[in-house]
Design a protein around this ligand. Structure first.
Ligand code: BGC
Length: 771
């Protein structure tokens, strides 16, 4: 497969510019779900004129601090958690005749950085002329390895053009004290993450730095080893300070002959018992030594073939628009980079590209990103859901805090499972997160039939979330004895603490019924007996779930023939959109929440999302009416909104709108459409891009455990091609306006639906069918 061209698979920066430097740092972040390194320049700690936001993160490594409330009430979240900025290990510069290179010294020409999406490399090239007229050509490559999740490698290659003489490199492991925090914007980090202590330690083989947080008591080792790739050195020396490990390597360079310094840097696993210090240091050291033995070229080779595998399974190709193809690949590349793969971490709202939203995990994962992994890398999807299983103990405690005696309530935003949302009306009150996670389990299970996962993790999540709903809600006589969920906030954070948010109720209903289904299916299983004992589970609970699920109250306005967002939504006046100037958006930065809550105005898709997820519960005409109504009152102030409206537009045949929403989704970060990509990518929206293509334009659906497609490709594109895994079989699909081609690449046979009609696929047989 060689579908890549430079135009659609590489991001190229010609100039480094003060205005865009932070934005580009985000775009050029390399990460692997464990570590993330923002795309700052190697010499960026040197004192020069560019205000960057250097950042190195490890997924799940955070500091906490008590939340200071002016006025406290029972059960409020107690602590902030903030992903930490760790010491950077890619800091490298070189000097000629004592003059250190940076963009402010000597003369730099032909400076270019390229993010090669196909190979997963950040490549930087330039020519530098020192003040003494000595010229070098530079080529720097950076990679964050998937094969060795602890590792980051930088190959720094210089070729002297007009001189023989000494070139001295210095590379460091050092924390940055530059912090970017903004107390006026809730989407930016608060700055709590800087409270780390670092200590450089001279271990037997390799100097390392122990990083410890003061309050969350997490430790992690990091280090960097400088190895010589090409050329003759005259000296190499490493010095330690508390705050830095510094290695100086002097080369004897010759004109025309490249020299190469390779920095193999590593960040181990986090741990909380100090007594395990040695063990974790040794573990990291082993990885570094193994990588040094293999050498840069070998690791790069492994990395490139790993990336090729990723693209083979996950690429989505669009014929007819190179810019869009690039945007799409950029999004898939970052999604892949963002996912924690160890079953103990997840995907932060900004991936590992920045500390916006404090590095927290939200419902974004299950509702926007998980589908991409389920259908392209089901093993990663399983790990993401396993993380949710790992935090069940904290979710149980949280349910008790909220006065709910049974089941578990997941934190709205968190890193280690503890609720961190200081503003409960748009935080903890979003109880729907429970049903979102259960929905993730359902979509995963329907696509994979992974019984092992269901036994080990899925059932427990389903039981505990279902228990929560039946204990939380009530049958209300005034509502015809329907089951009601009161005092909740739906996805639309511009409406808070309402009764019977349609989205929440519909999702909880399906959570309850699916849990009942799965328990009935697995109750004879031996594994279930153990689980049942551990959870003190009684099969009669299932009846309660079914009753509550079947009797769930779903608000509807009979007169207007509209699905009601919640019981009181239509009692409010519509927001005065006409007199709200552009600069007053996003509303959350310009109006008190109580002003916003008085009106019909949506931050993001809410009822429309419900109709998209459970389309079979809605008639087409209903979907249309709801779509047109809610679209008029939606600001899309959240980046999670466009993709949902786009997919629904596809479904109801609004082709132009579907295309327009898709363009906003696909190019959001690349074109900095929300004006805050500098703080990190919008990971959920990136997942929304994949969903828009596959669910929206290809019309993918799973009904009664069967996969189906209903193509509706925009006129602007010639062809849409992609692959999905379903029930352990891999299917390649190519759609044009007129026909669809299906080919089963792995697996024996699969029955699927095309525009509602049945179709049988056998191994490697191509089936072509008219749309
Ligand atoms: C959205 C939430 C989302 C969060 C993190 C907020 O602006 O309203 O739905 O979970 O951002 O992406």
């Amino acid at each position: 497969m060689n579908q890549f061209s430079n135009e659609n698979s590489a991001l190229i920066e010609q100039t480094v510019d003060k205005e865009t430097i932070k934005f580009h740092e985000t775009l050029f972040t390399l990460s692997n779900g464990h570590i993330g390194i923002r795309g700052s320049l190697e010499e960026s700690d040197l004192d020069w004129d560019y205000a960057e936001n250097i950042g190195t993160y490890v997924n799940g490594y955070f500091e906490k601090a008590p939340i200071q409330y002016g006025e406290w009430a029972y059960g409020y979240a107690k602590n902030h958690q903030t992903i930490c900025k760790l010491p950077n290990s890619h800091l490298i510069s070189f000097s000629i005749d004592g003059e250190w290179f940076n963009l402010g010294t000597g003369t730099t020409t032909n400076h270019q950085r390229t993010l090669d999406l196909q190979q997963g490399l950040l490549i930087r090239t330039f020519t530098w002329e020192s003040s003494n007229g000595k010229k070098v050509d530079a080529r720097i490559e950076r990679l964050v390895s998937y094969d060795f999740p602890e590792l980051l490698l930088v190959s720094y290659q210089l070729t002297p053009l007009n001189f023989d003489g000494e070139i001295v490199f210095q590379n460091k492991v050092q924390r940055t004290l530059k912090e970017v925090a903004d107390s006026d914007d809730p989407r930016v980090a608060s700055g709590h993450g800087k409270q780390i202590a670092t200590k450089a330690v001279d271990t037997k083989g390799l100097p390392m730095m122990l990083v410890s947080t003061l309050n969350s008591h997490l430790h992690i080792w990091c280090t960097a080893k400088a190895i010589v790739g090409m050329g003759r050195t005259t000296k190499q020396e490493t010095t330690l300070q508390d705050e830095a490990i510094m290695t100086t390597t002097a080369f004897e360079a010759k004109a025309g002959k490249p020299i190469q310094l390779v920095v193999v840097a590593g960040y181990g696993d986090k741990f909380n018992e100090e007594s395990k210090k040695e063990h974790f240091a040794e573990k990291l050291e082993q990885v570094i030594q193994e990588a040094s033995r293999l050498g840069y070229e070998e690791i790069k080779h492994m990395h490139i073939s790993n990336m090729a595998n990723f693209w083979r399974g996950s690429d989505v190709q669009l014929a007819g628009d190179d810019q869009l193809q690039l945007g799409l690949r950029f999004n898939l590349f970052h999604l892949n980079q963002a996912a924690g793969r160890d079953g103990l971490t997840n995907i932060a709202a900004k991936g590992l590209t920045g500390d916006g939203y404090e590095g927290h995990y939200f419902w974004d994962t299950e509702m926007y990103m998980l589908p991409f992994f389920i259908y392209t890398q089901p093993n990663v999807a399983r790990q993401l859901l396993s993380y949710r299983h790992s935090i069940l103990p904290k979710a149980r405690e949280r349910a008790r805090d909220l006065g709910v005696e049974q089941g578990a309530l997941y934190a709205w935003r968190t890193i280690d499972g503890e609720e961190c949302s200081a503003y409960y009306p748009a935080g903890t009150a979003q109880f729907h997160i429970n049903a979102d996670i259960a929905h993730g389990v359902k979509v995963y299970y329907e696509a994979t039939q992974d019984a092992d996962f269901m036994r080990k993790h899925g059932l427990e999540i389903l039981i505990e979330t279902a228990r929560f709903w039946v204990t939380f809600g009530d049958f209300i006589p005034e509502k015809g004895n329907h089951f009601c969920l009161n005092g909740v906030t739906g996805p639309d954070e511009y409406t808070a603490i309402v009764n019977n948010n349609y989205y929440t109720n519909l999702m909880a209903k399906h959570n309850l019924l699916f849990a009942a289904n799965m328990v009935n299916h697995y109750q004879e299983d031996l594994a279930f007996e153990g689980l049942s004992k551990r959870l003190n589970f009684d099969l009669q609970e299932v009846e309660k779930w079914q009753e509550a699920g079947n009797q769930m109250y779903l608000p509807y306005d009979e007169e207007r023939k509209l699905t009601k967002q919640d019981d009181s939504f239509f009692d409010k006046a519509v927001w005065n959109f006409e007199n709200t100037p552009r600069e007053k958006y996003p509303l959350l930065l310009h109006y008190h929440p109580l002003t916003i809550y008085r009106y019909q105005v949506n931050k993001q898709a809410d009822t429309v999302l419900a109709a998209f997820l459970y389309g079979e519960d809605f008639a087409l005409e209903q979907k249309k009416r709801d779509y047109h109504y809610y679209e008029k009152i939606t600001t899309h102030d959240s980046s999670l909104s466009h993709s949902v409206f786009g997919m629904m537009a596809s479904e109801i045949g609004e082709k132009e709108k579907a295309y327009k929403y898709f363009m906003n989704t696909a190019l959001m970060d690349l074109n900095d459409m929300q004006k805050n990509t500098k703080d990190g990518i919008h990971a959920a929206n990136m997942g929304g891009t994949w969903m828009s293509l596959i669910y929206g334009f290809a019309g993918m659906k799973v009904v009664n455990n069967q996969l189906g497609f209903s193509p509706r490709i925009p006129e602007q594109w010639g062809k849409l091609s992609f692959q999905v895994y379903f029930h352990n079989q891999l299917i390649r699909i190519e759609m044009t306006h007129d026909v669809t081609e299906y080919r089963l690449l792995e697996g024996e046979s699969l029955e699927l639906f095309h525009q509602g009609g049945k179709l049988l696929l056998n191994t490697n047989h191509l089936v072509i069918i008219e749309n």
